[in-house]
Design a binder for this molecule. Structure first.
Ligand code: MLT
Length: 258
């Protein structure tokens, strides 16, 4: 069972975190959601307080563990699943495995495409780098892809410091296992048009990792998709622009779920 937290009651909202972070990345969003919803966060396999994993952590295996944890938590009501980046890759697998368990989905700074050959090669270079240098220099390398220029240029770089500390505290083996798992994830574009549920596609205007145009394209595959871009936000948009993120998400939930 994955380490998880659940607060409040009502329609369950499940938040899945980005690579290589943990459920802590959603902690500041709790007050905005837990009064009207059951706010659930989980540490994906190998991250945060969840148990270590083997060589490769595939998105399918992560999704199977999320489902198992939902069962253990006795979540029987249909959920809204929300995944940021790697969390979105896992959300797509969940929706493939058990679409009947979900009423809506939010894809944040993520994609349905598989890695290109170059993208896959970059993941294996990252594994070599982590094995040689460790997570501290890896965190430094990752930051420009995770945070927008507005966040990186902040006078008091609190968000950047926080994200760096989180990356440094991850388990290097789990980070490498997730990199291998992301490298072999399948293209999920064909799934989106088959899912009859409201979907939110949220991009950060300053996201250098998954540019808004890519998310806009993804949103067009959905039967019932709403695409939004948050100004001044990069990849980790809920940490960078929390108020905009919460308002946009709550607006979607009010209009399509409640
Ligand atoms: C993430 O934020 O989860 C990563 O950018 C995902 C990836 O490396 O594809």
């Amino acid at each position: 069972m994955l380490a998880s937290e659940s607060h409040g009651s009502g329609i369950p909202l499940l938040f899945l975190h980005a690579f290589p972070l943990s459920r802590r990345m959603w902690a500041n969003d709790k007050p905005a959601f837990h009064r009207h919803f059951q706010f659930i966060t989980m540490d994906l396999p190998g991250f945060g307080e969840s148990a270590p994993v083997g060589e490769t952590a595939t998105m399918e295996a992560m999704a199977a563990q999320v489902l198992e944890t939902m069962n253990k938590l006795k979540i029987t009501d249909k959920c809204v699943v929300s995944g940021l980046s790697m969390g979105g890759y896992v959300a797509l697998q969940l929706l493939k495995l058990a679409p009947e368990r979900f009423r809506a989905a939010a894809f944040i700074s993520t994609r349905a495409n598989a890695d290109s050959d170059e993208g896959r090669a970059r993941r294996f270079q990252m594994i070599d780098f982590i094995q040689k240098e460790g997570l501290k220099p890896f965190a430094e390398r990752m930051l420009p892809g995770l945070l927008g220029k507005s966040t990186l240029g902040a006078i008091i770089p609190m968000v950047a410091q926080q994200v760096k500390t989180w990356i440094e505290s991850a388990d290097p083996k789990a980070v490498c296992a997730a990199l291998r798992g992301m490298a072999e994830r399948p293209n999920m574009n064909a799934l989106l048009p088959t899912l009859d549920m409201p979907m939110l596609f949220l991009a950060g205007e300053e996201d250098a990792t998954i540019p808004p145009a890519e998310m806009e394209k993804m949103s067009k595959l959905a039967m019932n998709g709403k695409y939004c871009v948050l100004p001044r936000a990069g990849h980790l948009l809920n940490l960078e622009e929390p108020v905009q993120f919460q308002e946009t998400f709550l607006h979607f939930l009010k209009g399509h779920v409640l």
